[in-house]
Design a protein around this ligand. Structure first.
Ligand code: ADP
Ligand code: MG
Length: 333
C-alpha cells in the first residue's frame, strides 16, 4: 500500500518579484518554485544578494517599495482544507494581515529591529495572541509568560515585564521565537535568524527554533548563507543564485551529490572542521551578478569554469537529475 504524499503547507510556483529602479529593473526573484510540508525544514541557501530575503518577504507581501510581485502563485494550504493564493492578496488588505503573525510568522536577522524598544517583551509576545485570537490581555500576558519560559527557562518567565534592551542579543532572539510561536503558525520563516549573534549562541537558538517548530508540527523555512547550518537542520535544500533556484534536493542527497557548479563552489568554500586540515578553502571567484543586468544565459556562467557557449546564450531550466534532485545547468548534458 502506498500513502499519498502529504499536502504541502505552502506551494510557491514561478514567483517573480521586481524592483523598478532608475537604472532599470532589479530582478530580485526570477521564477522561484518550491513547496514545504508541515514538520519539515527547508533551507534556502545562497550568497548575499541571491534573492533569499525578497523571496521570504514576497510570501508575506512585505516587499519594500518599489518592489512588487509581478508573476507567480504562493498557495497556502490550511489544515481545514481551505487554500489561498497569497500572491493575489492586497499587501495592505485585511486578509494578509490576518495571516501575518498568525498563520505564517517571520523571524528576522536583527531581533532589535523587529522588537519595539518602548514596549515590554511580554506585551509584544502577547500582542499576536490578543490581536488574532481575541484573547483578553490578561490571558495573552499569561501565554507570553508561558512562551518565554518555553524558549528559555522557567526563571525567564519572570522577566516578562522587562524591555528589549534589558535582554542579551540571544535572549531577544528567543523572545522573537516566542512571538513567532504565539499563535501556533503553520509556517515559520526565519531569515538568517542567528547571523547577528555570537557563534556559541547560534546553535542553541537554531536547535530551539527547530525543536519547537517540530513540536508544533509547523513548517520551517530557514534562510542562510551558511552551509554548516544547512547540513545540521535541512530536510530539503534550495540553492539560489541570481534570484533563481539553481539546484534543489533532499539535504543528504545534496551533500552526497552536489551537481551544480555553484553548489560545488559553495561546498568547497566552507571550512572543514572534521576533514583534512591541509585542504584549502577555495572561495568562488568573481562577484554575484547585477540583478538589473542578468546575462541572457545562465546567471552563473560568467563565474563558471565549466561554462560553454550554450551556457552563455541559453538559460537553463530546472530538470530532474535524480530522485527529487533538480538542477538548472547544461554542464554534463
Ligand atoms: P539575500 O537575502 O539573498 O542576501 P535579497 O533578497 O535581500 O538577497 O536581495 C536580492 C536583491 O534584491 C539584492 O541584490 C538587491 O539588488 C535587490 N533588492 C532588495 N531590496 C531592494 C530594494 N529595497 N530596492 C532595490 N533593490 C532591492
Ligand atoms: Mg537576506
Amino acid at each position: 500500500m502506498t500513502t499519498a504524499a502529504p499536502r504541502p503547507v505552502l506551494e510557491v510556483r514561478d514567483l517573480v518579484t521586481h524592483f523598478p529602479v532608475r537604472a532599470g529593473v532589479v530582478k530580485a526573484v526570477d521564477g522561484v518554485s518550491f513547496s514545504i510540508e508541515r514538520g519539515k525544514t527547508l533551507c534556502v541557501v545562497g550568497e548575499s544578494g541571491s534573492g533569499k530575503s525578497v523571496t521570504a518577504r514576497s510570501i508575506l507581501q512585505i516587499v519594500d517599495a518599489p518592489g512588487r510581485i509581478v508573476a507567480g502563485s504562493m498557495v497556502l494550504n490550511r489544515a481545514d482544507g481551505s487554500s489561498v493564493d497569497l500572491a493575489t492578496l492586497d499587501p495592505r488588505g485585511r486578509a494578509i494581515r490576518a495571516i501575518r503573525g498568525a498563520e505564517i510568522a517571520m523571524i528576522f536577522q536583527e531581533p532589535m529591529s523587529s522588537l519595539n524598544p518602548a514596549i515590554t517583551v511580554g506585551r509584544q509576545i502577547g500582542e499576536p495572541v490578543n490581536l488574532h485570537r481575541g484573547t483578553p490581555w490578561e490571558g495573552a500576558l499569561a501565554r507570553a509568560r508561558e512562551l518565554l519560559g518555553l524558549v528559555s527557562n522557567p526563571d525567564a518567565a519572570a522577566r516578562v515585564n522587562a524591555y528589549p534592551h534589558q535582554f542579551s542579543g540571544g535572549m531577544r532572539q528567543r523572545a522573537r521565537i516566542a512571538m513567532a510561536l504565539a499563535c501556533e503558525p503553520q509556517l515559520i520563516i526565519a531569515d538568517e535568524p542567528t547571523t547577528a549573534l555570537d557563534v556559541t549562541v547560534q546553535a542553541q537558538i537554531l536547535d530551539l527554533l527547530q525543536d519547537l517548530a517540530k513540536k508544533a508540527n509547523s513548517a520551517l523555512i530557514l534562510l542562510t548563507h551558511d552551509l554548516g547550518v544547512v547540513a545540521r537542520y535541512a530536510n530539503r535544500v534550495i540553492v539560489m543564485y541570481g534570484g533563481r533556484v539553481v539546484e534543489t534536493a533532499p539535504a543528504a542527497e545534496l551533500y552526497a551529490r552536489p551537481a551544480h557548479p555553484y553548489t560545488r563552489g559553495l561546498m568547497a568554500s566552507i571550512p572543514r572542521l572534521d576533514g583534512d586540515t591541509r585542504q584549502r578553502l577555495v572561495p568562488i571567484e568573481g562577484s554575484p551578478p547585477d540583478l538589473s543586468a542578468l546575462p541572457p544565459g545562465c546567471a552563473f556562467a560568467p563565474r563558471c569554469k565549466l561554462a560553454s557557449e550554450r551556457c552563455r546564450a541559453e538559460r537553463p531550466v530546472l530538470r530532474e537529475i535524480g530522485p527529487n534532485h533538480l538542477k538548472s545547468c547544461f554542464v554534463d548534458d
